[in-house]
Design a binder for this molecule. Sequence first.
Ligand SMILES: Cc1cc2nc3c(=O)[nH]c(=O)nc-3n(C[C@H](O)[C@H](O)[C@H](O)COP(=O)(O)O)c2cc1C
Length: 358
Amino acid sequence: MATLVFVSICTLINVFKALPADERRQPHTEIVKEYYTQRSHAPGTLLISEGIVIAPKAGGLPHFPGIWSQEMITAWERPGLLIANTYSPYQVTDSIHAKGSFIFCQLFGQGRSADPKVLAAEDSSFPYVSASAIPLSTRPSDVPRPLSVDEIHEYTQLFVQASLNAIEAGFDGVEIHGANGYLLDQFTQDVSNHRTDEYGGSIENRARFPLEVVDAVVKVCILESSLTRNNGLDMTMTDPVPTFTYFANEIKRRHPHFAYLHAVEPRVAGTAFRDEDEIKPQEENDFLRKIWAPKPFISAGHTRASGIEAADEKGDLVAFGRQFISNVSCCLHVCFLLSIRMIGEPSIFHVNIPMHRL
Ligand SMILES: Cc1cc2nc3c(=O)[nH]c(=O)nc-3n(C[C@H](O)[C@H](O)[C@H](O)COP(=O)(O)O)c2cc1C
């Protein structure tokens, strides 16, 4: 029965953008722990963390958590560690494991989605970068500097170190965020990558940096995954299918034990559902399912009905993001046909307001 399969794979994708980290980019410990633990109640739930920044200079928006220092690792990890003669109360990953559930760490760099003012305020030496000098349409005067080839190689190593840190912090695997207009996506898609070197131009060249990150992370992590999605921040290529076909095929060819591929259904844009008749055929994810089969394919952006259908008819692992934010026992709500409360922005975005109201 599809519903039973569906229960075991209910997944939290992300949480709350503004709250997870303090000024030092450490998770807001007790609240974050409580939030994740609440959502791991159904044993076997796989949680995917919010995007966690790989290195200080790869950030550039307030309150995104990071995972580059021992303090941060400890904050995600286990209780009872003696730090500066006090016992750390932090225990996010252990608390999830105690419920019989799992959590992957989603890793990313912001590239041009950063705010250069925030970067400069953190450290005046942090450059505002991307694949090419192409600004976001919403901030045309903020023009990013293209990463040099040496910097690209350095970023790959930052992903590797962040992955090692995530495993040390008790995460069960890492998810490389290759979508939504963040740094790796800025290289993959032709709308943001006009480079003329080996990291731009052809599909193979545009996919080179994300694939190098995948290759390097796979060497150090037993479990890892990737996510390939087409939306967000000026990123909609005219025809994403050839590029993402190559990308998915390469990951499958190079890494037969890759944990999963994760994509968002085109019915969602940002936090809203789109009209079905707005969706163009090239936005559909079926080509990815076909390439990836029979390996695990996670899809997000579902209603209850479409989630059950995707699990039943396409064999997807179905992820819930917004509904899991606003329904602590989302799995139960989906499976036992309980009403599902949708998120309202006032209930998730307020900085410094305790999360208990969720
Ligand atoms: C408040 C909020 C924050 C999000 N943050 C992230 C993120 O950090 N990383 C990510 O991959 N997706 C993020 N997303 C997108 C969701 O993970 C999910 O893909 C999207 O909401 C569609 O799935 P859903 O219909 O189940 O919510 C966020 C969504 C919301 C509403």
